[in-house]
Design a protein around this ligand. Sequence first.
Ligand code: MLT
Ligand code: MN
Length: 299
Amino acid sequence: MKIIVLGSAAGGGFPQWNSNAEACRRARQGDPAAESRTQASVAVSCGGERWFLLNASPDLRQQINNTSALHPRKGLRDSPVAGVVLTGGDVDAVAGLLTLRERQALTIYATQRIHGVLDANPIFAVLARDIVARSVEALDHPFALDGLTASLFAVPGKVPLYLECGNEPPPLVVDDTTVGLEIVDGDSRMLYIPGCAVMTLPLRRRLEGADLVFFDGTLWQDEEMVTAGIGEKNGRRMGHMSLSGPDGTIDAFRTIKVGRKVIIHMNNSNPVLLSDSPQRAEAEAAGWIIARDGMEFVI
Ligand code: MLT
Ligand code: MN
């Protein structure tokens, strides 16, 4: 199984268009310790011929242009992109679908709930149904991705921001709203979990023994956006567990045995983005790989 990281930042990317915070300024100035990143997405393939995108980020056009494996190969219209698997309905997971609207045959794989969100929004009708198939996947029911076998599973999360009602925090749910993706190829197993509100026992069990895990690295500290004066919400309120602290991802994974573990979906406020930060050193010392755009894995 081949995996290419197309984008590694959370919604907004790094630098974020309207952020004048120090880290974003460093990224804009081309500081090599503050490498720019597009919004999170990964491409997966069994043999390198046909590729499946895990989420379609708003940066998808740039990501495809930056990735030769995803370029057209023959004829006047062609793409190795065979499909897109969605792990949620957030803008940073679905907006890139609109980039794929040029009448190219492909399949969108998602839960009933997420297909319902797309169906309720007429703009996604540009992905004409006579050529773009919608495949509804039940949780924990394997489906084929051209030689790979995938399944979606529930992780704790919340509805997409634009579906929240009023100012009340939406409840955390464990259903087909926010899902993780497991892909196996007979020998190897990888998990893609760009959003997760809290570690649970079933999730621990699923992670155990995986060869490669991409995991939600949105924030370093739950309150970092509030403390920095750039937002009113903490990580938990946004449906993301943080990397540090006793309930954090780094601690949780100390007792979960996995092959390689990769932090992805990093918000521009997260100091692990900076290669000269103590937080980066701490994450790497705990065995984490910090995703970069263009990074490749073979498992
Ligand atoms: C998230 O990951 O929390 C969302 O992408 C936030 C958003 O929709 O901007
Ligand atoms: Mn996101």
